[in-house]
Design a protein around this ligand. Structure first.
Ligand SMILES: [Zn+2]
Length: 498
């Protein structure tokens, strides 16, 4: 579309939005634009991207069950966007919905230089482990489906960052790429690995995370699918072709394969996932049928994990359980931390089912079966789509690094989300000075590693300041300070070197 046509179309959308009372919504070049009613011809040379007006959330869940790939839900406008196949069209219409074709998101079917291939992820993890041998090692946590069939040599690789005996340290898992074409997601996990290892020893906060946490970073859960995405293939699921979905690795999201994010065995198959092998949301023949999902299960069952973050794209969302049922999760920390993640990233935070129903996803299982505080982040806008230019990765990391660090901090005590952080903390010649939140009752310091609230070294509080004399240690001593606010709640720690 030339620039004039783009402008014209944008103006038309703006007019429509105003006509339905949404003058506040400013359309951008990013916004999907209406191309008219969907017809058989729409499917002729491509899989059209569609928009539909819906009236209730039940219709969205039904769409997911039909196997439609829902990409984006505009809840304010009651519109859902995504892709359907000709086979799904009748089912969609039977729900009383009227799909219209819209312009595609930034879907270029391109894998820019800079994005890591599976082989490059592997090489990078090995290089990091070689450079930081006392802090990190590469662990092979399981095989991909193709490897189990003797086809491709793809392992599910974790960078395990920990020091000493980590068995009593809070454990966190960050993973990317359950869905193959969501190519920005391995980059987030790799960025986190670099930030942690390069910051160790120079940045007190990062030093504390490396030394006081047990961290598993898995950039790529779905290497078989990713290998197709590396060739510009619009692939979503794994590449298991034995499930009745055909024998050819073609068809993109509606080819063969299992949706790894519908295959986890907690209320598996209870809605919002498809039984149809060629559907984009095919749940698989049984819970945990896929080796990639078994690998994550095996890791999360090794020991208690405090947090799990799984990166997806796109839609600028932070989601938490439940996705399978319309009830709040029985843990107030989960939504509270989710709201904080939303604030830090600028993404919309909500309980997963408030978007639409899903079952068998990573976070429902991790929280429901293992009590892990688990989040999904959906990175990027409509304009970014699944394969934005590699130059956008830096922007995405800026949006997501604060949230990744928040979880690292709160892993010592997730209830700190209800407290108030200290304003600032400094060390000068062994004198620790802390600026407290208004009304703070107390402040305490831990040396080296956090302990239980109220068990640290007490600071002398005078108004909005707290003080502690530790004696100068030449910047070698890690000090973690936090405060108890006016409500009696302890907040997150701030790290400094003394
Ligand atoms: Zn995804």
């Amino acid at each position: 579309m030339n620039r004039f046509a783009t402008l014209l179309a944008a103006t038309l959308v703006a007019t429509q939005l105003q006509a339905c009372g949404r003058a506040g919504t400013v359309p951008t070049a990013d916004s999907p634009r209406d191309l008219g009613p969907l017809s058989a011809a729409s499917f002729k040379n491509h899989q059209p991207v569609v928009s539909m007006s819906y009236s209730d959330r039940g219709q969205l869940s039904k769409l997911a069950e039909l196997g439609m790939e829902i990409w984006y839900v505009d809840k304010a406008a009651h519109k859902v966007f995504g892709q359907i196949t000709p086979e799904q069209l009748a089912g969609v219409k039977a729900l009383g919905l009227d799909p219209r074709e819209v312009t595609r998101p930034g879907l270029r079917n391109s894998f820019d230089n800079g994005y890591h291939t599976y082989e490059q992820v592997k090489a990078e993890l090995e290089a990091l482990a070689a450079k930081y041998p006392t802090l990190a090692k590469v662990e092979d946590i399981g095989d991909s489906w193709e490897k189990t069939k003797g086809k491709a040599n793809h392992d599910i690789l974790a960078l395990h960052i920990s020091t000493g005996d980590a068995s009593t340290k809070p454990a966190l898992l960050y993973c990317g790429n359950h869905h193959a074409r969501e190519i920005v997601t391995p980059e987030m996990v790799l960025k986190l690995a670099h930030v942690l290892l390069e910051g160790h020893g120079t940045d007190p906060e990062l030093t504390g995370y490396v030394e006081n946490r047990d961290l598993y970073l898995i950039p790529m859960v779905n290497p078989d699918g990713h290998t197709l995405a590396e060739k510009g293939n619009d692939w979503r699921k794994n590449t298991n072709i034995t499930t009745g979905g055909g024998t050819q690795l073609s068809g993109g999201p509606n080819g063969p394969g299992v949706d790894l994010n519908r295959n986890y065995g907690f209320h598996w198959g209870t809605g919002g996932a498809s039984t149809e092998p060629t559907s984009a949301t095919f749940r698989g023949p049984a819970p945990f049928s896929e080796p990639e999902v078994q690998a994550i299960k095996g890791l999360v069952e090794r020991r208690p994990f405090t947090f799990l973050m799984t990166y997806h794209s796109f839609s600028n969302l932070i989601l938490w359980p439940w996705g399978y049922q319309n009830a709040p999760p029985p843990d107030k920390r989960l939504p509270a931390i989710g709201m904080q993640l939303g604030k830090l990233s600028g993404y919309t935070p909500e309980q997963s089912i408030d978007l639409y129903q899903t079952s068998g996803d990573t976070t429902d299982w991790a929280f429901g079966a293992r009590n892990v505080l688990a989040y999904t982040t959906e990175i990027g806008t409509w304009g970014d789509g699944f394969d934005p230019p590699f130059s956008k990765v830096e922007t995405f990391w800026k949006q997501n690094e604060p949230g990744a660090r928040l979880l690292l901090n709160l892993a010592a005590n997730p209830a700190w989300t209800f407290g108030t952080p200290v304003q600032a903390a400094t060390s000068r010649n062994g004198e620790i000075e802390v600026s407290l939140p208004a009304g703070a009752r107390a402040a305490e310091a831990f040396i080296g590693r956090e302990g239980k609230d109220g068990t640290g070294i007490k600071l002398a509080v005078a108004g909005a300041k707290a003080h502690l004399t530790l004696g100068a240690k030449g910047g070698k001593q890690l000090v973690l300070v936090h405060a108890q606010d006016a409500n009696g709640q302890w907040g997150p720690t701030k790290a400094l070197f003394n």
